[in-house]
Design a protein around this ligand. Sequence first.
Ligand SMILES: [Zn+2]
Ligand SMILES: [Zn+2]
Ligand SMILES: [Zn+2]
Ligand SMILES: [Zn+2]
Ligand SMILES: [Zn+2]
Ligand SMILES: [Zn+2]
Length: 224
Amino acid sequence: MAHDQRRHFDPLHQLVKTQYGSESGAYCDICLSKLDGLVGHRCSACNIDLHDACAGFFKETTSFFAHPWHTLKLSRIPHPSASSPFWWYCNLCLEVCPPGSFMYRCTQCLFDVHPLCTMLPQTIRSPLHPEHDLRMVPSSGDCSACKQSLPVWHYVCPCAVRLHIDCASGAPATSCNSNTAGRPRRRTAVAKFLLKTSFRIAVDAATGGLGSPVLDVLAAVFKS
Ligand SMILES: [Zn+2]
Ligand SMILES: [Zn+2]
Ligand SMILES: [Zn+2]
Ligand SMILES: [Zn+2]
Ligand SMILES: [Zn+2]
Ligand SMILES: [Zn+2]
């Protein structure tokens, strides 16, 4: 490829193309999935590891429908410290952002979102509600499928059907009904959502096909 020498942004270090061993235990700091057996890019000074696909697809800045007011910047989540003892959460899926990982951030508004969550289509057609389009909007209420409370951002139909990201894919986890602790990790739910054939078409369309390599990585990680 023409641009094997990737850099990361802050500071501008050169990333080193790396073949990860099958038991490297390394995780991509953008999509948070394993790098075992794959080619990626590493900055050992900053302890950054990235899939080739993630380093290529996710740009330094992005615009996102859930925060249209400002450009979001791909930046690392700081480790909690005495002066800033905070954990950061994704505004979309509400899962924690691991310190050291990359999120798209608006530091002015304290809006943070996982890079993968920015790939969620704003409009989908769910197998649980095939009659109408559902839109990702800020709202409140309980999920029409699993009856549990919803995060602020979820898929809503004007006819009052509202669904979790994972429930919208039509395969709510069996643990959905018991308690939230039994719920699959949400970013796993997001990855599986993005890989659903019908949604994958929407993601490909929204990214002009450029997101496909990222989805291929996720497909490989979650195939088992
Ligand atoms: Zn990745
Ligand atoms: Zn670095
Ligand atoms: Zn998220
Ligand atoms: Zn903002
Ligand atoms: Zn639900
Ligand atoms: Zn409807």
